[in-house]
Write a protein that binds this ligand. Structure first.
Ligand code: GTP
Ligand code: MG
Length: 194
């Protein structure tokens, strides 16, 4: 049985390490390119309509936003990387912030690395996987926006992503924030790694 969400609250935003909340609750990070659907997925997983602001324009999340579930599980929404239309100085600050976050965050239990089901992962995703594995933090690959493709195409894309990232296709989670696909599986992961 996946955990029941009784209470969800937004805690704070941080644009540098000094702003991170100081607690030891198990934490789960949502990472991925800008516009991949991180904020939408947090809303979907927590069962909230608009806990997190979702972008009509990409590049909405510019800080790390922390949320608390049931007063004991922490979720971190990380800024998206690589949205070309953001000014270069903003774009460039994100990767070091994400890297610092992964390095310093002792309570980080699992990284959710989001990949759009219609895109092939590239350098950014590989960098994140490397940062996480250097810190020995488990990673779950989450394919997003699966409502956009047919079942057959999803299977095909999952295989492509798996080959690209050199992981098992079975270890990729198929999700859709619009349909709720994959919600229980993600809640189970959160429970398992808490
Ligand atoms: P940044 O904060 O810019 O890094 O983006 P993000 O990764 O938080 O993405 P966000 O949740 O803001 O979603 C970006 C766009 O994708 C929005 O227009 C969403 O409505 C759309 N979107 C997110 N998830 C899904 C999904 O599961 N299916 C579909 N069809 N669209 C989605
Ligand atoms: Mg966002």
């Amino acid at each position: 049985m996946p955990i029941k969400i009784k209470k969800v609250k937004f805690l704070k935003s941080a644009s540098s390490v000094s702003g991170f909340p100081q607690y030891s609750y198990p934490e789960f990070a949502f990472m991925g390119r800008s516009n991949v659907g991180k904020s939408s997925l947090i809303n979907m997983v927590t069962g909230q309509k608009s806990l997190v602001k979702v972008g009509s324009k990409p590049g909405v999340t510019k800080t790390i936003n922390f949320f608390l579930l049931n007063d004991k599980i922490s979720l971190a929404d990380l800024p998206g990387f690589g949205y070309a239309k953001l000014p270069g100085n903003i774009r460039k600050t994100f990767l070091p912030l994400i890297k610092d976050y992964i390095k310093i965050r002792d309570n980080l239990k699992l990284g959710f690395l989001l990949v759009d089901i219609r895109r092939e992962p590239a350098g950014f995703e590989k960098d994140i996987i490397t940062f996480l594995s250097e810190e020995e933090i488990p990673t779950a690959i989450i394919a997003t926006k699966c409502d956009k493709l047919s079942k057959n195409k999803i299977m095909h894309s999952v295989k492509t992503i798996a080959v690209n990232l050199e992981i098992d296709a079975e270890s990729i989670f198929v999700t859709s924030s619009h349909s709720g696909l994959g919600r229980n599986e993600m809640l189970n992961l959160i429970e398992e790694y808490s």
